[in-house]
Ligand binder design. Structure first.
Ligand code: GLN
Length: 233
């Protein structure tokens, strides 16, 4: 088998709390759409891997310095990142949304953020978007490493709002995380991809793409999305 020929175990970086893409279940095992897609592709393409839940920004750094071979973390494919990383075909579409504390009816638009703190996660598209409008709307960024910390900062009231990927906010809110979506638009819509360091691990990227095509056509991909997102997926 390919696995026996190469004898290589790929190290794959991921985020820590980014449900429904990667999160720990009751048994402390990492599960989620990214984890299950990776498992299905690895099985289909017969390669071994080990997941490193480093956090999003730390995983970006680890990939850039070849401490991991690949990364799957609800990572948006952007032109800027393409200068540093090579991406697989897209496996999910998502944008950035704004959340506020449940019951907060005061923040209806970006105008309502003036003079306030807004929580963001370092290295993400949500951060980049918030940064791009913060001067126009006169708010301050409060940066965190993890989505859970962003949500806590909104709940304690230190930040009046926060930005994160729409499907992650929607999932958390549905699970009763104490937040609600602000009535603003989804921003920075784009595609999630699996990434390798630029010019490295081309064979891993090829396997990911080949496996992704196979699990899309054999129904496995749809099954995974349905498991975490229900019929809406
Ligand atoms: N999709 C966003 C990005 O790529 C957020 C990813 C994440 O927080 N895991 O920046």
């Amino acid at each position: 088998t390919a696995q026996a020929q190469e004898g290589k175990t790929y190290q794959i970086g991921t985020d820590v709390t980014f449900a429904p893409f990667e999160f720990q279940d009751a048994k402390q095992e990492f599960v989620g759409i990214d984890m299950d897609i990776l498992a299905a592709i690895a099985k289909d393409q017969n390669f071994s891997y080990e997941v490193k839940p480093l956090g999003f920004n730390a995983a970006l750094q680890a990939l850039q310095t070849d401490q991991v071979d690949g990364m799957i973390a609800g990572m948006s494919i952007t032109d800027e990142r393409k200068q540093t990383f090579d991406f697989s075909k897209s496996y999910f579409e998502a944008g950035v949304a704004m959340a506020v504390k449940q019951g907060n009816a005061d923040v209806k638009s970006y105008e309502d953020l003036r003079g306030k703190n807004v929580a963001v996660k370092i290295g993400t598209q949500g951060y980049t978007f918030a940064e791009s409008i913060k001067d126009k709307y006169g708010f301050s960024l409060v940066p965190f490493e993890d989505s859970a910390q962003v949500y806590d900062d909104i709940k304690t009231g230190n930040s009046v709002a926060g930005f994160d990927d729409y499907p992650v906010l929607a999932y958390g809110i549905q699970q009763g995380n104490g937040l609600q979506l602000a009535p603003t638009e989804q921003e920075a819509k784009g595609s999630y991809g699996f990434a390798v360091n630029k010019g490295k691990n081309a064979e891993l990227l090829q396997k990911f793409n080949a496996g992704l095509a196979n699990i899309r056509s054999n129904g496995e991909y749809d099954k995974i999305l349905k498991e975490y997102l229900g019929e809406s997926g």
